[in-house]
Design a protein around this ligand. Sequence first.
Ligand code: ATP
Ligand code: MG
Length: 382
Amino acid sequence: MSKVLGIIGGGQLGMMLTEAAHNMNEEISKIIVLDPTENCPASKVGAEQIIADFKDEDAIKKLSELSDIITYEIESGDSDTLKKLQAYTEINPSPDTLKIIQDKLLQKQFLQNNGIPVAEFAIIENKEELDQMIDKMGLPLLLKMRKDAYDGRGNYKINSKSDIDDALDLFSGKSLMVEKFIKFEKEVSVIAARNTKGEIATYPVVENIHENNILKMTIAPGRVSENVKKQAERIAEKTMEVLHGAGVFGIEMFVTSDDEILINEIAPRVHNSGHHTLQSSDTSQFEQHLRAILGMSLGEVLIKSPTIMYNILGPATFQGEYNVLCPKKNNIFLKMYGKLESKPQRKIGHINIVDKDNSGMNELLTQVEDLKKNLVIEPKQT
Ligand code: ATP
Ligand code: MG
């Protein structure tokens, strides 16, 4: 029987989940998203929308009354409210898992307790504790907000004790933790899925390039040794074995110069570094997520065509309505998110550049450089 799917969040991830659901008419009859922004990206591709804050208890309740199954595309939903509603509506991934992941300290403790490698960390409740931790762990350290952080905005690198006051001022009133600063060689991630029957599938490890703490590019598959690839995929699988609930998870990791792998953080949702799957694989991460929460068998995760995903961020030079000029070629796939306004550093779309004729990753990287020169985001002339 076809189900009504409720999604908390209707941004670009909700939009691409909605599009994937359109191809699953037999399983999903309707999509309703909860999102505070009027005409959110998901609503533009056919999702109904409840306009309310992600944490609005009444709105979450309404969503659950209207839906057979609930999922989310952001991690800031109210996990306590969701937990109560679980008795009436199926929610995946489970609110308990969401609650752990929402708090970076609980998340790190959970991973460590399950024998999954993470950077050394500690809770910090005041200046004295931070001072002591610096003595114990050494510098540099990262001071991190435990909750509601994104795009690195909840992180402060402490290089010397003279940074302490500024760091604590910046996050005044927030719960905090510190983490050893890892001099990583590469950032990689694994998109992993677990369905309601407990089956697990992991896409091949990919490499992520950040600029100003925002993901700029994903190289799929990642240029890593066979050993790193195996380790990363094994760690992702192990993580999926211990987390409750079903769905797709984005598992961000560091690779050190000794090929050691540490988990940085987990997103309990489809992930920006999985957008390449729209072209590189038979099953996109969005379809995979729906298959996982609906209890269907998981789809093929092989990367058939190496792909580079390039994020289109709003330029620093203006804010407002915009035009995009993107070179047209048969291996360039432009995906815009339907956002009315461009803002500096805002994700407004992405491009997948696909190696259709097996010319290799270096050639693909050259094509990305060309693309960067020819891609124009300009203010719309009125
Ligand atoms: P996102 O950027 O994924 O929205 P976020 O704001 O929650 O997430 P993190 O993922 O914790 O932040 O950190 C952002 C970036 O900061 C990481 O991608 C990585 O480049 C860097 N970083 C985080 N933790 C560490 C660490 N312990 N050592 C070195 N660099 C780190
Ligand atoms: Mg991150």
